[in-house]
Structure formats: structure tokens, C-alpha cells
Design a protein around this ligand. Sequence first.
Ligand SMILES: [Zn+2]
Length: 496
Amino acid sequence: MLLTPHSHAPRPRPRRTAAALLASAVSVCLLAASAPVVPLGIGDRLFPYLGNPGYDVASYDLSFTYSGSNSEPLQAVTTIDARTTADLDRVNLDFAHGTVRSVEIDGEPATFSTAGEDLVITPGATVPDGNRMRITVRHTSDPRPPKGREGGWVRTADGLAMANQADAAHLVFPCNDHPSDKAMYTIRITAPEGHTAVAGGLPTGVDRSGGSATWTYRTRHPMATELAQVSIGRSTVLHRTGPHGLPVRDVVPTRHRKAVEPWLEKTPGQIAWMESKLGRYPFETYGLLAADVSTGFELETQTLSLFERELFTENAHPAWYIESIMVHELAHQWFGDSVSPRTWSDLWLNEGYATWYEAMYAEERGGKTMRDRMRDAYGASDGWRTAGGPPAAPKAPEPGNKVGIFRHNVYDGAALVLYALRQEIGGPAFDRLQRAWVSRHQDGTASTQDYVRLAAEISGRDLSGFFQAWLYGEKTPPMPGHPDWKPSASATAAAR
Ligand SMILES: [Zn+2]
């Protein structure tokens, strides 16, 4: 994700009082102690209720029927194929914004209720450990934002798009909503004639009948729930070819096609540029969804990144800057999408690397030096750590705050860690490290500890002290090779 510049400005932040914190802690305890049906999680430090124990999802089959109005709930069927990793009397899914009509497990009706943001299913009989399990949920999927929450469906001028990062996929469909459980996807969208529906992955066909069309897409690589994308709108799909014949597919509002298309033509060259740094692009297709909506961010949804149409049509930024944002989301296809974070505390690896290539592209194509950007980041870094926590131990999101966990500490603050690492181990080892990272963990999930281990292996050095200080320190360590770089007092005071 990248917040667009206007939303980077400091904003007043709602403060939770000690009393409010106490009240919510107490209610969680009461619920856990007295209610027979409870929300579960897999213990993510930042989102304790995301994900669920006891099973591993292999695939999702999502069917959405769109009425033609983006203010009405979609009719939906979600089918989940999973393998149990424990004996399950109950199966928890994350789902918090739709009406559930029925649930089946392996074709048998199951009872269900809700607890917190979980749909809790009770099968007729215990599902044993090591078993295949098919869960079918018939439900609605509501595109109107729930109170006090953002994300999930995004209503555009002409339909819908999706922005699930970090914790909003379960506002759209029932799922195991944590990036550590990646799965394959088949996505079907039925929409009235005149609309075009596109999802991540490649199309497998369109069936037209009775004034509507059903579009089907399938992924060829596993994907995290937070990276799913579905676009429904009055859109045109543009096709071009990237390196090695890679199908490049963009989705644009038809009435803005002429203005947006010159930007989209830059994508194949950007992919070639990234491949020169990292090796082959990791997925079956890539492209941009230029959605007609002001989200305040761009998002690296897998194989089809979500952009605000206005970024390309309002001439608010220089060309090199817009292109560097395109490269930021493209870099995420390797860092964050192909290699997903094991926990949300590993987010610095996504955003740090996306920022790194964004800055490197700006240096090579825009004449904005990485060194100047990192010197400025160094000045601000102590303030960012105070506000958001150290890069690999970020503070939890604050309720109601749009920025969530996407603070400076994981963007330029994390790119600064990578810069320090390059200074420490040298450019050649640093380049080998990221190539090894994206190839070794392709289509998987990986943690900060995996990265620290790989860096030691590639450099042949014990870097534990270096990483402890740079990733977890409250203060920014001295920059190797730049003893003159100092924290800036004014930046510290101004930091969010
Ligand atoms: Zn990003």
C-alpha cells in the first residue's frame, strides 16, 4: 500500500482513553469466560482476532452477483476447501459484514452463529484432524462501509473495487483472513450487461445469458486474502505484452481511457526494469486497475494493482513521481504478494522494499538521489520510531484511524534499514540477498527472522546485533559510512 501524498499530512488522531481501553479489555475477558461461542485468532500481535486455528485453506471459490447498484448487497456463495490441522468441534471463519443464509460442511447443513468478527460454524459431527473439509457459505456481501470501518469493497463512480489490506477481506467474504494462510482462488462475478468484471488471475471464460454475464477468473499462484481484487464497472480492459510474452492487462473507466492509457504504456518497461534487479516477475499477469474513486492510497492487489484514476488525470505530480508510485506497487508483487508476511509485524519487509525500489527508480529516472532521501529519512527516523514503533515491532493500529499500521516507520523508516544494511554488507551481497529472498520464498510466507538468517547466510557475517538495533531499537543506530548523519530535532517534534 502507498498512501497518496495528501493523506501523508499529519492529522488529528483520536485518542483512546485509559477508561476505554479498560472497558474493551474487560468485555473481551467476559466474552471469553462466559460465551460458548467465541471469536478466535492465530495470535497476530497487531490483529489478535485475524485468522483462525485448526485448518489450512487450499482454495476459495467466490461467486458474486452484482445487481447493477453499488449500494445494494451482492448475493454471494463462498466455497472453501481446507485441510484440518486439529480435531474441530467448531470451525471459525472471519466474516463481519453480510447476512449468512446457510452453511454446509462437506454437503451437510451446519449450524452457525457470530462472535465478534467471526462466523462460528458447528458441524454435525467433529471434523477430525488431517481431513479435507469443504465449507459452503451462502451469504450477502455488503458494499456499504460498516460503521467505523474502512476497506473491503470500495464504491467507485461506476461500480466496485476491492481494498482488503490489512484486515478487511472478511468484510467481503468468509475466510481465514491472515496472510500466513495463502490459497488458490476462483472468482466468478455475475453483472448486468454493460458492466465489465475483472478479478486477479487470468480469465477462464464469460457466459452471457438473459441480460447478464458471468466472468470467471482463476489464480495460478497462491494469494493472501488481503490481496484479492474484484473490479466491476463501466470499464475497458486493455491488453499489452510485457517481458517474455507476459500478458499485461489494465482496467480503466471507459470514459477516462484516453487520459490514462499513456501512463499504462509504461508498465512493460517498469517490469523489465524490476526484472533487471530481481529476476523474473513472479505471476501469470500484471496490470493496473485505475478506479474512479479517491481512496487516499494505491494498493498492490495481486496481479492487478489498485490505483486512483485521478493520480493519472489530475496532473498534481511530476511524471517521475507518478512512475515511481507505479514501481512501488509493482515491487510489491515480489515483496508482499509473492513473498507474504508471516505476521503483520513483518510489514516492514513489504513496504521497506517497495519504498526502496520506488526511490531507486526515482533516482535512475528522476534524478532524485537515494542518498538524499535516506539522509532526510535518517533525520526523521527517531520521530517515526517514537510515533509508530521500531520498523519490525510496529505499534498496534488505533481504532478509527485510517492510517492503521501504515506509518512512516514501515515506509522510508524501513527503507532506511535496507540502506544501512547495504552500507554494512556492501552492494553485491545486498543485491544477492534480495534475489535469494524472492526466489527462496516465492509463493510462500516469510518472517523477519527468515530475512535476518538469510542476510547472515548470504553475507557470511553475524548480523544479529546490527538487526536487533536497526529493527527493534527505540532510537535509530548510527548510519554505517555516514557518521555525519544526525537525527533532526525539528523532524522528531513534527513526527506523527
Ligand atoms: Zn506499499
